[in-house]
Design a protein around this ligand. Structure first.
Ligand code: SAM
Length: 389
């Protein structure tokens, strides 16, 4: 069985959640670095990681790495990579993205151009050809330079993994699906606990929570680059993983997941998206101002992404919006609240400092995930005397 070195990028600040997901799938993580987690796996692992990981951005198959501080070294290092072990003679190959941190070489376009030339040279020599036709399957390659170490990998995913396929319609400032899933997974929320997103927009947080509750794998209804690479991955591997995922779905799970938004158009969009994700029956959506937020039960969770002010809403209105949220939260009995925002005065406006706080990059925007921890429900004993949370 052939083993690959797999590199999985994620949002900066969420490496620990992704690491836990990979470990839960049964793989040994070999390295964790800024915005990336690595592990080794076979063809099945490539399918499983693409279909099942909720917090990943994509799954890369590492071809190799080397050091380069000049374009000559970059050319030679690339030419030494065993491309032919992954790419057939007629494969179309190009560097789709190059990124560089703390390295002598930093121009993405120059890195892409030099590497393309070197890759063509390698393919010509490996396949004893004068010309590489590039008329066959596509092999997009991603490159990252960190402290002059060049890592070269095939992109097995294609369109980013946050695109699950259910969000055809969006709010003006939607949160990425993989970020929403990671936020939920950073909390102790479980399917049997109440969850409300009072600023749900197109429904991403409630939908991701419902998918977690029902065991719906995030990548079940989308395509991946590597599906076409049948010389590396048998098509049976994909169907096996999908069938296993289908068996794991439980749409009868009891949930209390609610999504509110002041904008009724958003609520209509959220309902459509939830239906598309297959979890429409597990979420209650309602047009409601955060000023009217209430719940009669104890020990619930607010997990939310309120307006930041960068993209929507006026900065001046934000303070009073967060103050209202703070008041409504205070009136809830023993609830926890988890909130991602880049609004600097969020804690001040809320009237309370968070118990915990985590820096997360949402694209280029530095945000904080504020965590207000409520009381845990009392443990109860069942008839067999076993204790439950
Ligand atoms: C950053 S967006 C949330 C995006 C959402 N997470 C998504 O993925 O689509 C903030 C949402 O807050 C809503 N909003 C603004 N003021 C509100 C209020 N007073 N009460 C409830 N919702 C409000 C907006 O309509 C907007 O959809």
């Amino acid at each position: 069985m052939k083993y690959y070195k797999l590199v999985v990028p994620c949002h900066m600040g969420l490496e620990a959640v992704l690491k836990r997901e990979i470990t839960d799938l049964g793989y040994d993580v070999t390295q964790v670095s800024d915005g990336r987690v690595s592990f080794a796996g076979d063809a099945d692992a490539v399918c499983r990681a693409n279909i099942c990981l909720r917090t990943a951005e994509r799954v890369l198959i590492k071809i190799g790495s080397f050091t380069a501080t000049s374009y000559e070294e970059l050319f030679q290092g690339t030419k030494d990579l065993p491309l032919e072990e992954f790419i057939p003679a007629d494969g179309k190959l190009w560097v789709t993205k190059a990124s560089s941190v703390k390295s002598a070489l930093f121009s993405p376009s120059d890195i892409q151009r030099v590497m393309k030339k070197a890759m063509v040279e390698r393919m010509k020599a490996a396949y004893h050809k004068e010309i590489i036709p590039e008329t066959g399957l596509e092999f997009p390659i991603r490159v990252f330079l960190y402290k002059d170490e060049v890592t070269v990998a095939l992109d097995s995913t294609g369109m980013s993994l946050h695109k699950r396929g259910y969000r055809k319609l969006e709010s003006k400032a939607p949160i990425a699906e993989n970020l929403a899933a990671a936020l939920i997974m950073l909390t102790p929320w479980k399917a049997d606990r109440i969850l409300i997103d009072p600023f749900c927009g197109s429904g991403t947080i409630p939908i991701e929570a419902a998918m977690i509750a029902a065991g719906v794998a995030p990548g079940m209804h989308r395509d991946f680059n590597a599906k076409a690479w049948t010389h590396l991955i048998d098509p049976g591997n994909w169907t096996d993983v999908i069938e296993e995922c289908e068996d794991n779905i439980d749409l009868n799970v009891e949930t209390d997941i609610q999504g509110y938004d002041i904008d009724p158009d958003m609520i209509a969009i959220a309902r459509i998206n939830a239906e598309k994700a297959g979890v429409g029956d597990l979420i209650h959506f309602q047009a409601r101002d955060v000023a009217d937020l209430s719940h009669r039960k104890k020990y619930g969770f607010i997990i939310t992404n309120p307006p930041y002010g960068e993209r929507i809403g006026e900065k001046e209105d934000l303070y009073s919006l967060y103050r209202t949220l703070g008041r409504r939260y205070k009136a809830l009995d023993d609830w926890s609240m988890y909130m991602i925002t880049s609004f600097e005065d969020a804690q001040k406006a809320l009237g309370k400092n968070a118990d915990k706080n985590r820096k997360i990059y949402n694209g280029m925007i530095k945000t904080y995930f504020y965590q207000y921890l409520g009381a845990k429900p009392p443990r109860r004993r069942d008839t067999a005397g076993e204790r439950h949370e």
